[in-house]
Design a binder for this molecule. Structure first.
Ligand code: ATP
Ligand code: MG
Length: 423
């Protein structure tokens, strides 16, 4: 039996891979406009990095991580998200000391052992952004604006920004008490996980996907009502700057995110067409994480977008992008002609022209059919006759018009023509 890929892990190939490339390219361009620098970290880290940052009682750490010992018995984990690794790297290389740095982005695969379904895979990819070193609410608004602008620029228009504040450790502990008091009244009705969470990590109950739990939390006390003065001021300022970007948003009192390191601002971006997995991305502020991971006390805010989910939304909302049509298709009839074609092709490619050629020495008819499949408009044909006359035939596949070009001028004429057309 042939070997297949691991369940929940996909091969990405054309024509879909071109959409991936465009999304990644767009992200890079937009990051550049906002002054983000790329930070690439290994996909394998020590398990304790994630256990300590994401939180022991989160779904990710409890059941979703790919964790295994290496040959020496050290426990390693395939990264389930990017923030922890980025924070580790910034601490390790003291990047917080570099005055021109502070905005970091990463694009790459993440791994979570989840039940594969639409929008949920075991290897998936994220576009990730982190802004380090400022506790100002203007930064929270700016990263949300980045995400919303990015969605707009790749063609996703009907997405919703949901936002909440989770407060700080000070306002969270009285809130926690109020919440636990409420949740305990329904103790019997919760799913098994939430029954435990009431005592270990009660805010997590808000993030539960089980219907009966979702019903109960509808009446739960709201974090926003318990914010301390500073957190309240911060949140108001975030909304103030967000209003200035003209992004629309919704306050969502149940939004807590699936990772424990967040404080104050938390947000999620919801898009239609995704079914149960309706978040294309999410993020928030994590002012305590640097210290938690052994670094200096540095505030930060960031987010991640899931590329697979962006693709699902794009597929359902807009037509497929047309991709990869060659500027020129070359047909050689006979071995001698192939030698000449080969040289011309490499010359044109060096001059930034996309050239395809028929590598098999087949009949004109069969090569023309292949050129058609590529969607090529310009086809250059060289056979024995043409070689003798020192010319090539240029055929326009749309108008069916043909013209002769002297072989020694082919390169210059084609470069000029093709570049002019693409202007
Ligand atoms: P969900 O509630 O859908 O499980 P999450 O809160 O676990 O999402 P985050 O950790 O916030 O997700 O990751 C940010 C984004 O990464 C998500 O909004 C989603 O687009 C994407 N993502 C997360 N897990 C997966 C997965 N298993 N497969 C595909 N994309 C994912
Ligand atoms: Mg999840």
């Amino acid at each position: 039996m042939a070997i297949t890929a691991i369940k929940g892990m996909s091969d990405i190939y054309s024509p879909e891979v071109e959409v991936w490339q465009q999304i990644e390219e767009k992200a890079r361009q937009l990051f550049a406009r906002f002054g983000f620098r790329e930070l690439r970290t290994p996909i394998l880290e020590k398990t304790e990095l994630f256990a300590r940052s994401i939180g022991e009682d989160t779904d990710i750490v409890q059941k979703e991580m790919y964790t295994f010992p290496d040959r020496k018995g050290n426990m390693l984990t395939l990264r389930p998200e990017a923030t922890a690794s980025i924070v580790r790297a910034i601490i390790q290389h003291r990047l917080y000391n570099v005055p021109t740095m502070g905005k970091f982005f990463a694009i790459g695969p993440m791994f979570r052992y989840e039940r594969p379904q639409k929008g949920r895979y075991r290897q998936f990819h994220q576009v990730d952004a982190e802004v380090v070193g400022s506790k100002e609410p203007v930064v929270d608004a700016e990263v949300m604006y980045w995400a919303m602008l990015f969605l707009e620029e790749i063609g996703i228009r009907d997405s919703e920004l949901h936002i909440n504040s989770l407060g700080c450790p000070e306002c969270r502990s009285p809130f926690r008490e109020r919440l636990v008091k409420y949740l305990r009244e329904y103790e019997e009705s919760f799913c098994k996980d939430c029954g435990r969470r009431i005592y270990t990590n009660p805010l997590r109950v808000f993030d539960c996907k089980v219907e009966k739990c979702k019903e109960i939390v509808k009446g739960a006390p709201k974090v926003l009502d318990s914010l301390c003065g500073e957190c309240k001021k911060h949140f108001e300022k975030v909304l103030f700057f967000l209003d200035k970007t003209r992004c629309t948003y919704k306050l969502n009192h149940h939004l807590v995110r699936g990772l424990d390191y967040y404080n104050r601002t938390a947000f999620e971006i919801i898009a239609s067409g995704l079914g149960a997995q309706n978040a294309v991305g999410g993020g928030g502020r994590y002012d305590g994480l640097f210290k938690e991971l052994g670094g200096p006390d540095i505030p930060a805010v960031g987010f991640a977008l899931g590329i697979e989910r962006l693709l699902i939304v794009l597929k359902e909302s807009s037509p497929q992008l047309k991709i990869g049509v060659p500027d020129l298709y070359m047909i050689a009839l006979g071995e001698k002609a192939q030698e000449v074609c080969f040289s011309i092709a490499q010359g044109l490619r060096k001059k930034e022209i996309y050239v395809e050629m028929g590598y098999e020495l087949k009949s004109l008819k069969s090569q023309m059919r292949r050129a058609d499949k590529f969607g090529a408009v310009h086809v250059l044909i060289i056979g024995e006759n043409e070689l003798e006359k020192g010319i090539a035939i240029l055929r326009n596949m749309v108008t069916k018009k043909q013209s002769e070009i002297a072989l020694d001028e082919v390169e210059n004429i084609l470069v000029e023509r093709i570049k002019k057309e693409s202007e």
